[in-house]
Ligand binder design. Sequence first.
Ligand SMILES: NC(=O)c1ccc[n+]([C@@H]2O[C@H](COP(=O)([O-])OP(=O)(O)OC[C@H]3O[C@@H](n4cnc5c(N)ncnc54)[C@H](OP(=O)(O)O)[C@@H]3O)[C@@H](O)[C@H]2O)c1
Length: 271
Amino acid sequence: MAKYNKLAGKHIVVIGGTRGIGRGIVEASLESGARVTLAGSSQTSADTAVKSIKAEYHNTNNTTGQHLLGLSCDLSAQDSTESALETLLATAAARNGEVDHVVYTAADSLSLGDLQAVTPATALKAAHMRFLVPVLVGKVVERYFSRAEMKGRGDKSLVLTTGAIASKPAPGWSVIAYFAGGINALTRNLALDLAPVRVNAVEPGIVNTGLWDPGYASLEEREAGLMKMTAGQPVGRPGAVEEVVEAYMYLLRDANATGETVRTRGGQHLV
Ligand SMILES: NC(=O)c1ccc[n+]([C@@H]2O[C@H](COP(=O)([O-])OP(=O)(O)OC[C@H]3O[C@@H](n4cnc5c(N)ncnc54)[C@H](OP(=O)(O)O)[C@@H]3O)[C@@H](O)[C@H]2O)c1
């Protein structure tokens, strides 16, 4: 009997699965034999991601992309966030089977800098995706897994995303650090509120994704900039998506882990 392919046949919804770390989780989940629904901010971005993931796997294993669904879930508007999340889970379940795990990696670009430049408007704007939406994700996921038809259906979990700034302060990052530290506390508390559904978080260091693009004119410039930012760290380069994705896959698989934050930071915390 196979004991370790725990995600085979499970349905994993990745909110923010079109690009970056989320896309890596989608690919790793498909490679683990899971059914996957990825959500992006628009149907166009979700369709584009599905098409390119299917193309990527076409030559190696034609069946890998068979259980991949792409849906739109625009989380930008405060008033409609909860209903958008609810619709996402209901549609994912109707089209791809009951959901087993939800992963939240969606984020807009980092819009805050020096403390003296912070205004109530910029702080509240930055708070939306990193403070309010994770709370609503927890609320909607609790409702989804509490339905009578979900009882006795095995291990269920939610994985949130924070960042290394939560545990390693850096000048100019006070507001983002505040939200990132909050996600760790939210994770622990949601693990009690949602039990027996497990709730965990991943805390990545600097990862080479398009999240950093607004600061750079080209991909080459971004990569050079991230190399410079990480040069003094023990690993000495930014994390790769396929590296940090392992932290999410561990939390999805280990039914004994809840209220945990798994860190993958290239040693950022040591220097
Ligand atoms: N990259 C890093 O160095 C790093 C470090 C620490 C923590 N993190 C955290 O890791 C998580 C993932 O980051 P990443 O680097 O993978 O980011 P990314 O490559 O920029 O991807 C962001 C994802 O969020 C989605 N998204 C953005 N706005 C949205 C909206 N309004 N509604 C719904 N979805 C939306 C995007 O979907 P569309 O394509 O459809 O717009 C995309 O799938 C974030 O929480 C980030 O803060 C990243």
